[in-house]
Design a protein around this ligand. Structure first.
Ligand SMILES: [Ca+2]
Ligand SMILES: [Ca+2]
Length: 317
């Protein structure tokens, strides 16, 4: 009997969505983060990799690439449009940490609760190894959602940025990545946002964490196509230990970001020593040059807020 029901369901083809995730802004179970929530801190740098105007016709080229500053600072509806499959990496003044509940939120500029575009979200604690939040899209993938068509029910979506309208961020909780390797959940320095494309054509489709095709408005061969990143807000920011220098990223791969490590909160007269106390090199404009240093743990000393402080920096080979 069960088998027959299953076969009928497959034949009908349009099985009801099992809506199981929070609903749109204004509904009681909505988990969106308002851009006006007190205490949010926002991204400070953005590096964008433009996607195609249409992934089905690469000859049309990529999106022109908006002013990257539109994706940093508070969400203000000035955005960068990623294009089909495009991405952006945002960094922060201090690392994000896994605190209670959602740890950061990603803001898009949808003008209402239904005309939505989605993006994968990945995090890194060294700018090199990124781990993707396991996403879910239970929206049907039999009929393409066209460029001006509605997303039927946001309760079918989880861990995809862009679920909520402008001014309301999609929350991400680092504890969902606790079984991941290669990242430190207490020191996330980079968030990468990647347009999901949205085509249901298997040549171009992108898949959620369970292998479902993600269906969102497509094709959209406009200069403003793809996910529109407005900003990323940090909810749980790493506390800086008062009397120690802290670095971002830490640990760091020797060649990361041109081999530069930033000293959080700023410091002057930086110098780098081996664990045996041997002087190695000076800092440069508040940064440590990690390129060329063998893998290992180093002691960095510097003047911060008028006091001599030190901290430990780990360089990965
Ligand atoms: Ca958390
Ligand atoms: Ca913005």
């Amino acid at each position: 009997m069960m088998i027959i029901i299953c076969i009928i369901a497959i034949m009908i083809g349009n099985v009801e969505i099992h809506a199981q995730f929070p609903d749109r802004v204004g509904m009681p179970d909505c988990d969106a983060i308002s851009a006006d929530q007190p205490g949010l801190v926002w991204g400070v740098s953005c590096m964008m990799t433009p996607g195609y105007l249409s992934i089905a016709d690469p000859a049309q080229g990529t999106v022109s690439g908006d002013d990257a500053s539109f994706a940093i600072g508070p969400a203000d509806k000035a955005v960068i449009s990623l294009g089909d499959g495009g991405s952006a990496i945002i960094t922060f003044q201090r690392p994000i940490t896994d605190g209670p509940g959602a740890d950061f939120a990603v803001f898009e500029n949808a003008f209402d609760d239904y005309f939505l575009e989605f993006a994968f979200v990945e995090v890194s604690s060294d700018g090199k190894h990124f781990v993707r939040f396991p996403s879910t899209s239970l929206t049907q993938a039999k009929q393409q959602i066209g460029p001006f068509m509605r997303i039927p029910d946001v309760r079918a979506l989880h861990n995809l940025a862009g679920k909520y309208r402008a001014g309301y961020g999609t929350p991400f909780d680092l504890s969902e990545l606790k079984d991941s390797i290669g990242i430190h959940l207490q020191s996330i320095t980079h968030v990468r946002v990647i347009d999901v494309v949205g085509s249901i054509d298997k040549q171009f489709a992108r898949y959620d964490g369970k292998g479902n095709i993600i269906n969102d408005p497509w094709p959209t061969p406009f200069s403003s196509c793809g996910f529109d990143l407005d900003g990323i807000a940090v909810i749980n920011e790493q506390n800086i230990i008062g009397d120690q220098l802290s670095f971002a990223p830490n640990p760091v791969y020797a060649g990361h970001n041109g081999g530069m490590v930033r000293v959080l909160e700023g410091a002057q007269e930086l110098s780098v020593y081996s664990m045996q106390g041997e002087y190695i090199r000076e800092g440069i404009d508040g940064n440590i040059q990690s390129a060329g240093l063998p893998g290992g743990v180093y002691i960095v000393k510097g003047i911060q807020n008028g006091q001599l402080r030190s901290g430990m920096l780990m360089i990965m080979p």
